[in-house]
Write a protein that binds this ligand. Sequence first.
Ligand SMILES: NC(=O)c1ccc[n+]([C@@H]2O[C@H](COP(=O)([O-])OP(=O)(O)OC[C@H]3O[C@@H](n4cnc5c(N)ncnc54)[C@H](O)[C@@H]3O)[C@@H](O)[C@H]2O)c1
Length: 378
Amino acid sequence: MAPAFEDNNSETLPSSFSSGSDDGVLHKSKVTVVGSGNWGSVASKLIASNTLRLSSFHDEVRMWVFEETLPSGEKLTDVINRTNENVKYLPGIKLGKNVVADPDLENAVKDANMLVFVTPHQFMEGICKRLVGKVNGDVEAISLIKGMEVKREGPCMISTLISEQLGIAVEKFSEATVGYRDNREIAEKWVQLFSTPYFMVTAVQDVEGVELCGTLKNVVAIAAGFVDGLEMGNNTKAAIMRIGLREMRAFSKLLFSSVKDSTFFESCGVADLITTCLGGRNRKVAEAFAKNEGKRLSFAIWSFDDLEAEMLQGQKLQGVSTAREVYEVLSHRGWLELFPLFATVHEICVGHLPPSAIVEYSERKPRLSLLEGSTQYY
Ligand SMILES: NC(=O)c1ccc[n+]([C@@H]2O[C@H](COP(=O)([O-])OP(=O)(O)OC[C@H]3O[C@@H](n4cnc5c(N)ncnc54)[C@H](O)[C@@H]3O)[C@@H](O)[C@H]2O)c1
């Protein structure tokens, strides 16, 4: 069992909390972060610095860790709690002494009234199943996860999966943007929890728009990586990013008519797309894939799975699985010809097309006649 962190800030509570009654303490929000990879650790650190500062939150931030044994033979949770550092996924950075790593999922969530979900999306269905009936009835939740589940009935956003399985309302956080459904007050509480003087967070009333920006930009980043691997230069890459952004917006609006154009101009939209296409793990691995393809005759061909294992050391690549999920939606709905960039990325990833196809196919004009009224989305 993970140790508990002693709350010290009761001495510094504002008068409404320090009146001697237990009320203030009872109303303090307790945060648990479900996930502890690279972004999960960054989020925990950020949140932990704010819970120490803000008296409306308990100091302690519990972080559920998918337990692993390190090469030294020690458990990852033990090392995090001893050194205050996630040596595997965020080495060299202190998380804050009030972050407590906990390998027991049920124990980690049982006292929380604010849950932050931040695991690779492929694990979320299993995690939700384990949490049914285990979370507090009045819990508020936010998803930092990028990706979606594709089911026979259609695509299911991860925030919807969590809401449906656990019966809780879920907001969405992506690159300094909180997407909320209707409760501005709760959104502001999340903004408070994530903001720092050097990290400005804004709230927009568009959960699906924010979630789809975060999800789809990883597919565009794979395309940008192919362009880099083939050394096609900045103009080509900028063109790919522009077409990618256009497809992101069109796809999101076709799936959810509530999605707003303005969301694509928030940090979760164009800003995150640029960062991800310039740096980021999806771009990096796609670049290596395209480079390797050129050496096809003299070397063994590396698949994305091989490259992920070799280059990311336990971190997960989201863009390739998202490209497959998007492709499934496109073929199921008869939209393949409307989204040449998205479709081509998947076909390259699975080896049906060479990486060079990214420029040939993505420049193809979408056949808008396939879908009545679709021009309004482009
Ligand atoms: N890294 C970023 O910059 C960033 C930014 C925003 C959002 N995100 C999103 O946050 C989510 C988490 O990304 P990350 O960077 O924290 O993770 P990561 O890729 O760095 O690490 C993978 C994590 O998955 C865990 N894991 C492995 N097998 C598991 C299993 N069977 N069940 C549950 N967990 C398992 C590992 O322990 C590790 O914590 C993703 O959806 C990602 O898209 C990432």
